[in-house]
Design a protein around this ligand. Structure first.
Ligand SMILES: [Zn+2]
Ligand SMILES: [Zn+2]
Length: 103
């Protein structure tokens, strides 16, 4: 284990956790938590009962390649078009930040 286990938490969708789909969206939310999402349109992503919490460091080690926790400041996110593609790291838009505050 190369991280401070339990220092940061995040959520993953079922698709990622069950390895049905790769992580294609990683977000470092304004409250400091992390999202590991397959990035496909899916109503499950809006259902908190279908999202699972996990240690953020474990999430990176288990599901994310080509991206490090240090690459994403609070309020930033990374997306890629598919497994093996290059990550695009960017600050969240005002709208995306607002969506987090409403949750
Ligand atoms: Zn951990
Ligand atoms: Zn998903």
């Amino acid at each position: 284990m190369s991280h401070d286990h339990g220092a940061a938490f995040g959520i993953a969708c079922t698709h990622v956790l069950e390895r049905k789909r790769p992580v294609n969206l990683v977000a470092h939310a304004p409250d400091g938590t992390w999202d590991f999402i397959c990035g496909e349109e899916d109503e499950e992503h809006d259902d908190v009962n279908k999202l699972h919490s996990l240690c953020a460091g474990c999430g990176f080690e288990a599901f994310v390649d080509g991206l490090e926790m240090a690459d994403l400041q609070v309020g930033w996110m990374a997306e890629r078009p598919g497994a093996g593609a290059r990550w695009v790291v960017r600050p969240m838009t005002q709208q995306e930040l607002q969506d987090y505050e409403e949750d």
